[in-house]
Design a binder for this molecule. Structure first.
Ligand code: CUA
Length: 375
């Protein structure tokens, strides 16, 4: 007799290999790979994943093995009597009740052990607020009194405590190689911590659906080599905005403050905010009501709008060759993300808060020169 399930195995094989291959492909997505942890928090979490996978594999192989053995060994054949029936066998009943409980207790123990390991170590740490906006991340360093966007800077080998804040919807803060997902809930301040073993740039993602542009809410975590490098970065961030002597940049500053209307949503310290601790803009608006990122050091950034646009590989906006305004005009409008953003922010990222009137190319050239001068 032909058992139908065996007739499908060829197909099943193709489907299973397909799934395995695609999971391998996704696993190879370098910077988002949770199984390549680069710090103690992600390592513990990856360790728990492997532990549960091993337990689940043992259960799977044992159960499926017995199932397949029974199907083959006790299949119906001509002239064979009905096999011995096991119903009511107390020993077997006890074994298959106790064995799964043991496996589940092992998983519980592993999980509780990991939870204890994930307590934030006492002692020195850096505190950062990660504020989830729709749809980009603001990073505030309360002790240092600065605010930046899209890129979180930290030194390596240092405990970073991240206070998760949202005043809109629930987001989820996730740095796959450094720390698992933690929800960012309005009215409830969550915390997560991480430590990076290696300097480098790590991908951060919003991992909770938070609206149409949820997928475009990425950020970078730049891990600097030492606390000294970090302090150097902090003190340059704490400066007020540079005033460029370039005529085009000066024109851009006028567009920012005037016709562009940028100052209604964005703050630049030294321009429409007097200093980093000032709570009001020069127009009397409370700084907290500004819905866009603080642009004081925009030129030194490389991402905008939740990572939907990036400067050319390895460049910041101020040295992006495509966005160079050395000739008085943006060098390559098609390749310059900053141009595309200022030209049509709703086309690039529909539904975002940047609703502006159409700027002329001349205004954009000037704004780009100005923004790039904000180092
Ligand atoms: Cu924020 Cu998804």
């Amino acid at each position: 007799m032909r058992i139908p399930i065996f007739g499908r195995i060829k197909h099943g094989g193709i489907i299973i290999s397909g799934i395995l291959l695609s999971s391998l492909l996704f696993a190879a997505c370098g910077n988002g790979n949770t199984l390549d942890p680069q710090g103690p928090v992600a390592s513990s979490e990856a360790g728990l994943f492997w532990f549960i996978l091993i337990v689940a594999t043992i259960v799977f192989v044992a159960v499926e093995g017995m199932l397949i053995y029974s199907i083959v060994r006790y299949r119906a054949r001509p002239n064979t009597p009905e096999p011995r029936q096991l119903h009511g066998n107390d020993t077997l009943e006890i074994i298959w009740t106790v064995a799964p409980s043991l496996f589940l207790f092992a998983v519980l123990a592993g999980t509780i052990y990991t939870m204890f390991q994930l307590q934030q170590p006492a002692g020195n740490h850096i505190e950062v607020q990660a504020i989830g906006h729709q749809w980009w991340w603001e990073f505030k360093y309360p002790a240092q009194n600065i605010s930046t966007a899209d890129t979180l800077y930290v030194p390596k080998d240092t405990v970073v405590q991240v206070d998760l804040v949202s005043n809109n919807v629930i987001h989820s803060f996730w740095i796959p190689k450094l720390a698992g997902k933690t929800d960012d809930i309005p009215g409830h301040n969550n915390h997560v911590w991480f430590k990076a073993d290696q300097a480098g740039t790590y991908l951060g993602i919003c991992a909770e659906y938070c609206g149409t542009q949820h997928a475009h809410m990425r950020f970078n975590v730049v891990v600097l080599n030492s606390v000294n490098d970090f302090n150097t970065w902090l003190s340059s961030e704490q400066q007020t905005a540079q005033t460029s002597t370039n005529a085009l940049a000066a024109k851009g500053k006028q567009v920012f403050s005037g016709a562009g209307g940028c100052g209604g949503c964005h703050g630049i310290v030294g321009v429409n905010i007097a200093n980093w601790s000032d709570n009001n803009t020069t127009t009397g608006l409370p700084v907290t009501s500004l819905v866009g990122p603080n642009l004081t050091h925009f030129g030194s950034r490389s991402l905008i709008a939740g990572g939907v646009l990036a400067a050319s590989e390895g460049h910041t906006w101020m040295d992006d060759p495509a966005c160079s305004v050395a000739s008085g005009h943006i060098a390559d409008k098609a390749k310059c993300g900053l141009y595309q953003w200022l030209h049509d922010p709703q086309g690039v990222k529909p539904g975002n808060d940047m609703n502006i009137g159409q700027l002329t190319d001349d205004q954009i050239d000037a704004l780009a020169a100005y923004l790039e001068s904000l180092k």
